[in-house]
Write a protein that binds this ligand. Structure first.
Ligand SMILES: [Zn+2]
Length: 150
């Protein structure tokens, strides 16, 4: 985890229209530190960890990339589509730039979906930030548990 003192500036950069048009906070009214704390608690309750989830998202991204933009079936249970895009995005915590790709996962059995990018993986791994509820790129702990092999 990065220093808490960066959190106020990070929260400002997470607002819509600063780094991305939709921002990172979804429809949250909670403080960034409260969102992170609640998700850390949920990860513990589910018995999963941020590093393993980030590793599995990386692995699925690589599997999806073999489809060259077409949807791939992975492990007989997930549909994975990995799209490349030009350019990069800065992390709201100001510690690096990340490729502006997009990966979507769909659990075949239920149709439940998750969408993420290299920046989402970084936010999860380094900052324990799953993004805000109501946002298109939220990686909710329960959804990660259902979709990934953790
Ligand atoms: Zn960062």
């Amino acid at each position: 985890m990065k220093m808490q003192r960066d959190e106020k500036a990070a929260a400002e950069r997470m607002k819509p229209g600063v780094i991305t048009s939709g921002g990172f906070l979804g429809t949250e009214a909670r403080a960034l530190s409260d969102i992170i704390e609640a998700d850390e608690e949920r990860f513990r309750a589910l018995g999963i960890d941020f590093g393993s989830a980030a590793d599995e998202l990386e692995r699925l991204k690589a599997e999806g990339a073999k489809g060259l933009g077409e949807q791939m079936t992975v492990g007989g249970r997930l549909l994975v589509k990995s799209d490349e895009a030009r350019g990069s995005l800065p992390c709201p915590y100001d510690d690096g730039f990340f490729h502006k790709n997009s990966v979507t996962l769909e659990l075949i059995a239920t149709g439940e979906r998750l969408a993420y990018s290299d920046l989402s993986i970084h936010l999860l791994r380094e900052h324990h930030f799953c993004q805000g509820e109501g946002g298109a790129f939220r990686l909710a702990p329960d959804a990660l548990k259902r979709l990934l092999l953790l």
